[in-house]
Design a protein around this ligand. Structure first.
Ligand SMILES: O=P(O)(O)OC[C@H]1O[C@H](OP(=O)(O)O)[C@H](O)[C@@H]1O
Ligand SMILES: Nc1ccnc(=O)[nH]1
Length: 512
């Protein structure tokens, strides 16, 4: 153990910054692991070694904010630092990379070491890629789900049922949670919804909800809000419910991957931890979606139901149309404005209303609020009567936003470019992945004004020169980037009905 003076570095990062001479005394190189002790508080951390002694003189160690949450230093206290060996879970990660089956204990060790920041970003990525390449069987998925739950906090409600929904994602513009949760609540059911930020897309539900109200709450705040208002829509990453999940998603996002077993555990751990009894899962199926065939969708649905059985939750799945974006927009403000327009009874695209009502309807039927087969109609009437809108206002208010917010308060970015049809014909293809890439290039989900708005959708007729879609951005250089991606990817194809014109002999007037 080497005693050093702890200096708090006000940067939201994890690790311990060491002077080169102290690192030598402790016996660590840049990137090695250390244990840091402040009286009875301990943290595992990665050591970073600096040679700039003026910034960090010998005898002082810099503690980044994430690590300091465990140590709770004010600055200047004496800390003890010692080198520690390689974490146990690296061998288990290697086992998964080699195609082995992980036990409950091995999975628990990996998850625990992800949560307490023992594993480095590279090691977490290796684990995710190992599960991406070699898969997880149902036992391993159950272990991962249980480990994700047990390393976080859980809610416990006095009254039941607790109803929840989740989409596996993978289809752009899928803002249905902003409609489904208020509909479920309007039927008198409790729904403590936690969502992730974007994983493979350009805006997850947590990103969207953040345009309306804060989304970072603790588990007990989520419980209280649900008891008072009937529900809430919060970011799972801030709740300490399933904390491993958000740390894993962080490394999936840049790779745009969501491995099958990770996805099941990510979704179901959050449902289990909030105490859900009844769960509806939306599985979009489409060429560019996470699930590409109905058959694979059915298999995934069976996996969700089996995992639900093992955990004691009743799960129903809906295979939904995932070939084209849902509704007419993509990106934070555009999507939120679209959802609010529907809640407030404005005209809106059918696909979004129908999908939201169908998913909410399944929840109402499962909870016995309506008879089997009557769910969609009941959901539609809770929407058109304005009852769902009142519930959305309640959610926004209890989370600290302005319940009087209107769609116009969520404008798209100031920089825009409209793409017109090069030919007269039908919109024959919308490439979801390309649309997401363009929206991300425009700044979504970070820039709330960034995104795409569709004037035409697949199957519709468009005349040459008519607008097909508009790209919006908050910054002009972002718009340029999005346009470059647009030119490269050509995300929407328009084709005339004419496949080929076969010229005959030239007609000559008999007069000549
Ligand atoms: O970025 P991709 O992978 O498309 O999807 C991620 C989104 O899907 C789920 O939606 P919800 O919370 O059920 O609305 C997640 O929570 C997240 O918001
Ligand atoms: N992997 C995931 C997919 C969709 N939603 C989640 O929360 N997690």
């Amino acid at each position: 153990m080497v005693r050093l003076s702890g200096k708090v570095i006000d940067i939201e990062y994890r690790g311990l910054l060491l002077n080169r001479d102290d690192a030598r005394t402790i016996g660590v190189l840049d990137g090695d692991r250390v244990e840091v002790v402040n009286e009875e508080k301990k943290a595992a951390a990665q050591a970073f070694v600096t040679t700039t002694a003026t910034m960090l003189p010998q005898g002082t160690a810099g503690v980044y904010q994430v690590t300091n949450r465990k140590l709770q230093l004010d600055g200047g206290e004496a800390i003890e630092v010692r080198a520690v060996g390689r974490p146990a879970s690296i061998d288990f990660i290697k086992k998964k990379m080699d195609g082995g089956k992980l036990s409950m204990e091995e999975t628990q060790s990996i998850v625990r070491e992800i949560v307490d920041n023992t594993l480095s970003p590279g090691e977490i990525s290796a684990y995710i890629v190992g599960t991406y390449i070699n898969g997880l069987d149902m036992d391993e998925i159950e272990y991962l789900t249980r480990s994700t739950v047990s390393t976080g906090e859980q809610l416990s409600f006095a009254s039941h049922p607790i109803v929840d929904k989740h989409s596996i994602g993978g289809v752009p513009g899928n803002k249905i949670t902003l409609l489904v949760v208020p509909i479920i609540m309007a039927a008198g059911l409790k729904c403590p919804k936690t969502s992730s930020r974007a994983i493979t897309g350009a805006g997850g539900t947590a990103d969207l909800m953040e345009a309306l109200a804060p989304v970072a709450f603790t588990a007990s705040e989520l419980q209280t809000m649900t008891e008072k208002a009937g529900g809430a829509i919060v970011w799972g990453g801030a709740t300490n419910i399933a904390p491993a999940d958000d740390k894993i998603i962080l490394y999936e996002y840049p790779l745009k991957i969501d491995p099958h077993g990770q996805m099941l555990a990510s979704v179901m751990a959050k449902k289990f931890a909030v105490g859900a009894d009844l769960v509806v899962i939306d599985i979009p199926v489409g060429r560019d979606a996470k699930v590409t065939s109905i058959e694979d969708g059915r298999k995934l649905a069976r996996d969700f139901m089996e995992l639900g059985d093992r955990l004691g939750m009743k799960v129903e799945c809906a295979l939904t149309y995932g070939e084209t974006p849902i509704g007419r927009s993509l990106g934070v403000n555009l999507e939120v404005a679209e959802a609010l327009t529907i809640l407030k009874g404005g005209t809106a695209p059918d696909s979004l209303i129908q999908k939201s009502a169908a998913i909410a309807g399944i929840a109402l039927e499962m909870a016995g609020k309506v008879q089997a087969g009557a769910g969609t109609e009941a959901a539609l009437s809770l929407l058109s009567s304005g009852k769902a809108d009142l519930m959305m206002q309640k959610i926004i208010e209890i989370q600290g936003g302005d319940p009087g917010v209107k769609p116009e308060d969520l404008p798209p970015g100031n920089h825009s470019f409209t793409v017109n049809a090069p030919e007269t014909g039908y919109v024959v293809e919308m490439n979801n992945r390309a649309l997401i890439t363009i929206a991300r290039a425009a700044g979504a989900p970070h820039d709330h004004g960034a995104g795409l708005s569709f004037h035409k959708k697949q199957g519709q007729h468009v005349k040459k020169g008519e607008p097909i879609f508009t790209i919006y951005a908050d910054r002009s250089w972002r718009l340029q980037k999005a346009l470059e991606e647009g030119r490269r990817l050509m995300p929407i194809a328009v084709e005339g009905m004419l496949i080929d014109r076969v010229p005959g002999n030239r007609w000559r007037s008999p007069m000549h």
